[in-house]
Design a protein around this ligand. Structure first.
Ligand code: URP
Ligand code: ZN
Ligand code: ZN
Length: 456
């Protein structure tokens, strides 16, 4: 007898939607079909969609940044994830200067294993090449189960920037070892130049955050990084792509057959740079900033064409008082916004309204991140995979508010956004962790997900 039977739901795969029962044994999906007989627990999913749990491949939990630390740790962040139908979170572990990557990730692993409510994996971001010695560690990092590394082309004064030459070395090493290179692309010198000028001219509102990093500042860096990756035929993953020209460059590289992948985030699909003109514009400050309407349209078109591979959140919340540090100087606002609970509901609402299909939402939020980042146990409803399952009610109306979110953040940029359709249950490896707007999971339940090297 199965432990759990989710009956009569519309099961969503990246290629189809069909009515079936999902049988769970222990932590795994045992079978999908009909006429399974009795089970220890039955859930009637008639009229609901049954989906794989989402993977958020881009978060910054307890991240040191801008003189503070992002306000969701591993407990609060993964709790919020569960309540938004996300069952796997990939966090960016900072490389501690002077330490190797494995040592740096281990510290984060220890923090997460006590707190996490859903499964988690790590990318690590490079802050110290250790005179080139760092690259020798790649096989050990892969052995540890971390198969992607991030480089920032920006954040010079935060000492997180990696030079162009170092990125090229990292790409080359990634090609040799199966390590994916993730890159945050913006031009640091142009940002510094613009910022200095605006501050001198007394132009200090959030709007000047956008004007210091407009479309071409990101596009130029996207193009350079993609150019290097193409010249080496190395896999590269562009994080939080937000601009039209960058999108075009990704499309070109894909059409030419290169292993170039792109991620965008719901905030770039929903908001434009106009948010920075609002009185609370500083709450929307993140990098890259939201862009103009043309860029947003290009991202949606990229999704339709299949040139955007994944949706992730870049969840990196800071409290209002921290955002207020930059009330009179946009450079003092810690960069980042909350979003971990909003990604899957937002993309599924886009499916429910007909803008994309439910299969497309599953491809972007579940199947593709699992495939690109080496997680064969995740991302699909399939016998043998983890029973990470979301039940979605297409008739439920939900208005996002800080009050009904489950993060520790005291505000949300999504306040007042109305969604038609909403997740009603989330299972993490067969365990119910979210039930009708309530978190019912357990801190420490989440397991470290050891990943496989990237295969082109
Ligand atoms: O503004 C952002 N995105 N903050 C988090 C760090 C990053 O750039 O990904
Ligand atoms: Zn970034
Ligand atoms: Zn980020």
């Amino acid at each position: 007898m199965y432990d759990l039977l989710i009956k009569n739901g519309k099961v969503v795969t990246p290629v189809s939607v069909y009515t079936a029962d999902v049988a769970v044994q222990g932590e795994k999906i045992a079978a999908i079909g009909t006429n399974f007989g009795e089970a220890k627990k039955c859930v009637d999913a008639a009229g609901k969609y049954v989906l794989p749990g989402a993977i958020d491949a881009h978060t910054h939990l307890a991240m040191p940044f801008g003189g503070t630390v992002s306000s969701d740790g591993y407990g609060a962040g993964t709790r919020a994830a569960a309540c938004g139908g996300t069952t796997t979170v990939f966090d960016y572990a900072p490389q501690i200067k002077g330490c190797g990557i494995v040592e740096s990730v281990e510290k984060r692993h220890k923090m997460a294993e006590k707190e996490a409510c859903v499964d988690y994996a790590f990318h690590c971001y490079v802050t110290d090449m250790m005179g080139g010695k760092l690259l020798d560690e790649w096989p050990d990092i892969i052995q540890y189960g971390v198969t992607s590394i991030k480089c920032f082309t920006v954040y010079k004064k935060e000492k997180m920037m990696v030079t162009d030459g170092e990125i090229v070395q990292i790409l080359q090493k990634g090609k040799e070892t199966g390590m994916m290179t993730n890159v945050h692309c913006e031009n640091p010198d142009v940002i510094d130049l613009n910022t200095e000028r605006f501050l001198k001219e007394g132009k200090t509102s959030a709007w000047y955050h956008y004007l210091s990093r407009p479309e071409f500042v990101e596009a130029e860096a996207d193009k350079r990084v993609i150019h290097w990756a193409k010249s080496l035929n190395a896999p590269v993953y562009i994080v939080h792509l937000a601009n039209k020209e960058g999108m075009e460059e990704v499309t070109r590289a894909k059409d030419e057959g290169y292993p170039v992948y792109a991620e965008t985030c719901p905030q770039y699909l929903h908001f434009t740079c106009d948010v920075y003109k609002r009185a609370d514009g500083r709450n929307f400050i993140c990098s890259p900033p939201m862009k103009g309407q043309e860029s947003q349209d290009a991202l949606w078109a990229g999704i339709q064409r299949g040139d955007i591979d994944t949706i992730a959140t870049d969840h990196c919340p800071f409290q209002s008082y921290e955002k207020d540090w930059g009330k009179d100087d946009f450079t003092k606002v810690p960069n980042g916004c909350a979003g971990i609970e909003n990604m899957f509901p937002y993309m599924l609402a886009a499916a429910n309204s007909g803008r994309i299909t439910f299969s497309k939402a599953v491809e972007l939020c579940c199947a593709n991140p699992a495939r690109i980042f080496g997680c064969p146990s995740k991302g699909l409803l399939e016998a043998g995979r983890d029973a990470d399952i979301v039940l979605y009610d297409p008739e439920k109306d939900f208005t996002i508010s800080q009050k009904n979110m489950h993060s520790d953040s005291d505000h949300t940029i999504w306040e007042g956004t109305k969604l038609h359709g909403y997740p009603v249950q989330t299972y993490s490896r067969g365990r119910l962790v979210y039930d009708n707007e309530k978190f019912v999971g357990e801190y420490g339940w989440g397991k470290f997900l050891r990943r496989e090297p990237h295969q082109a």
